[in-house]
Design a protein around this ligand. Structure first.
Ligand code: CA
Length: 201
């Protein structure tokens, strides 16, 4: 008896499963039939623009910032050298001085100041802050006069905000104690300025 009920039950379950499968297929058919009738919408986000900044160091003057012909021990010359950040990014700069020979270059004393109100030989000592010297004007091998051109922040590196500038008051003297080895000698110094971004560096 119990076996008969169980058999009938299995038959019932089989019919129920078949009916369920037929119903699911019917729903799928109906769903496919109404796909084109739903509401939709889209939205685009435009103007995701990126621009990079610029790094541009400039000097005024661009050549012969300080010179002296027929110099004698005891002579002094003073000139202004403007350093400007013509780019949009904040920069950090360094300056290396390379000379064409070493004897007179070692005899000549270079002093650089910032914040000098009147950049003349008479006004040089009045105010401002020394950032180099008095030391050699340079060497054939090159001398780090301001900071260090190596990447990153080193002692003496100077920072200029975008579009900012600063005046370097540059003074060169030939001390009275200079001896004959420097007589009749010419040396030419080239000041190389190197700038790098300060952002992420
Ligand atoms: Ca540096």
């Amino acid at each position: 008896m119990n076996g008969t009920i169980a058999a009938l039950g299995r038959m019932g379950m089989g019919r129920l499963a078949a009916a369920g499968l037929f119903f699911a297929m019917s729903v799928a058919t109906i769903t496919i039939g109404v796909t084109g009738a739903i509401f939709t919408d889209t939205e685009s986000v435009s103007a995701n623009t990126f621009t990079t900044g610029t790094l541009d160091i400039a000097t005024t003057p661009t050549t012969a910032a300080i010179t002296f012909s027929d110099m004698a021990p005891g002579d002094v010359v003073t000139s202004n050298l403007n350093i400007s950040n013509d780019g949009s990014l904040e920069l950090r700069y360094a300056m290396v001085s390379t000379t064409t020979e070493d004897v007179l270059a070692a005899a000549l004393d270079l002093t650089i100041k910032v914040g000098v109100t009147t950049c003349t030989t008479a006004g040089f000592g009045t105010d401002g802050t020394i950032i180099y010297g008095p030391l050699d004007i340079g060497q054939v091998a090159g001398v780090n006069v301001i900071g260090d051109p190596a990447q990153g922040s080193q002692g003496g590196d100077r920072v200029l905000a975008g579009a900012a500038d600063e005046d370097l008051c540059v003074q060169v003297s030939l001390p009275l104690a200079t001896g004959n080895p420097s007589q009749g000698v010419t040396t030419t110094a080239t000041f190389d300025f190197s700038a790098e971004q300060t952002a992420n560096n």
